[in-house]
Design a protein around this ligand. Sequence first.
Ligand code: GCB
Length: 616
Amino acid sequence: MKTRALIVAFLILSAIPCAVSGQDDLISNPFDRPSKSLNGEWRYIVDPYENGYFNYRYEPFDGSPDPGSSAYYTNAKPKDKTDRVEYDFEKSDIIRVPGDWNSQKEKLFYYEGTIWYEKSFDYPKAANGNRVFLYFGAVNYKAEVYVNGKKVGTHIGGFTPFNFEVTGLLKEKRNFVVVKADNKRLKEGVPTLNTDWWNYGGITRDVNLIEMPSVFIRDQMVRLDGDNDGRITGRIVLDGASVSGKWVEISIPELGFRGSAITDEKGVAEIRGSVKGLRYWSPDDPKLYEVRFSSEGDSVTDRIGFRTVKVSGDRILLNGKDIFLKGISIHEENPLRGGRANSVDDAKLLLGWAKELGCNFVRLAHYPHNENMVRLADEMGILVWEEIPVYWTIQWENPETFDNASAQLEDVITRDKNRASVIIWSMANETPVSEPRNRFLTKLAETARRSDPTRLISAALEMSGSPEDATVREITDPFAEKVDIISFNQYIGWYDGLPEKLATIKWRLPKGKPIFISEFGAGARFGLHGAQDERWTEEFQEVLYKETLKSISGIGNLRGFSPWILVDFRSPRRHLPEIQDGWNRKGLLSEKGEKKKAFFVLRDFYRQKSEQRRNR
Ligand code: GCB
């Protein structure tokens, strides 16, 4: 369906329209679908002046009925020797997809702008009546997509998936897809101009052609119904020309569960039922069930865990039991290989380190990570905080910026709503309090609650000092009232004094809600040793961890933390030669995977926490 159906309020978990053109509703489980991968070698052209997109009057070629061969998406070849075509994908250099361009080509390390990607492929005729979708895991930041010389759509936002229907556009031989990927930072963008991470550009995640029957299951969900033991609720959303009055079913063979319903006029059906003998998903027992969603002509399976999560007073309850979140923050980067992480192996590396550290929780900062991360977290029993890149200084009063942020939030919820591991949606990171910002975040939180009332809402806030007492730290941000978990970042001992200052701090934090410290940390270069007060040494970082753990243990309603950060990561803001050299050094591991002293401090703390829990 090209139309992006308006979703009524009760369709809480289905895909919601986002602020892009031509994009079809998101297919929420592309993993279990017949697909042809377009990963691999693509051709590329670096086009800083967007010469292949605009004519010399700066009008886009793709707005013209007759763009001519100068438009790169036409992938033109000279017709004869007199013909002038000033580019040639076939003779251009090769780049790997998925993958950012910065880490693949030295000349593109700092590049920000447009790169054209082209891939040619054959496609055996789609089975009769079947529909074909071109699915991208992510393109940073803006993607214009063309198939066989025809524009199929635009997508904005570097970390969320999107798909376009290309049924009828494909031939059996010599198809070509052209993508204009542009990672220019924009003031009105989400994120905006200023961040503390590398602006990796390109087609950073998998690309697939997915073939679906003419009426197919576009979205599906199943979860426990509130707190009630054994009651489950699910939903199936069909997509196609005729979707109403259709039989659909959810079955969980291992539990002997089967529930069916008939779709309404929008192609949506809610299915409820009860199950016996359910094993709840938890970090101690990450049990997943195979769930099959079926309709008359389609079926899709997924591995899904069942658990409840809620806040009760100042406690976080997982399956009704108190949980302390032993966390760590992670950027989506594989420093060993270089560049953006995207594969299952990358996820194994990062989450493997988190497990070694003793974590039961990860904060996936500062944007939605690739789907392999949350799927593996489900398998490994690691709880997850997911976040959108509403970071520092967004244009709070720009409605398009809001639509962009809210579309990114909706899309990650659509993608990950069946992941038991995901328990927190975070709205923002370290955003400065103001009326417009409060309104923006409040509206975002409402969007998240409407789309997914089953998970907890938070945001990494900032704390403030008290005017009366310099040793007091408190939260005065009014957005704290809107969240389920009050989270804040704090850098006492690094940006604010030296580690010894921590011993003097008095925490005056809100009561009645769980407190979570979403960041603390210090920079240290692996292998650099010295006195505890010498910046950049492992000893400085080690003592900061020790002092912080002591200080925050006094916060009665502290329910977890995720220090900054698992691994050193690339940042264009970090210039100090011989120490940083372009890396943020707050990792507990170096970019080569070497463990710094603070790694063991945190690991021991988490071990003790687990011991205390066992002995209770
Ligand atoms: C922060 C930010 C994080 C930075 C970190 C730092 O508060 O949330 O993105 O990388 O501090 O290292 O300064």
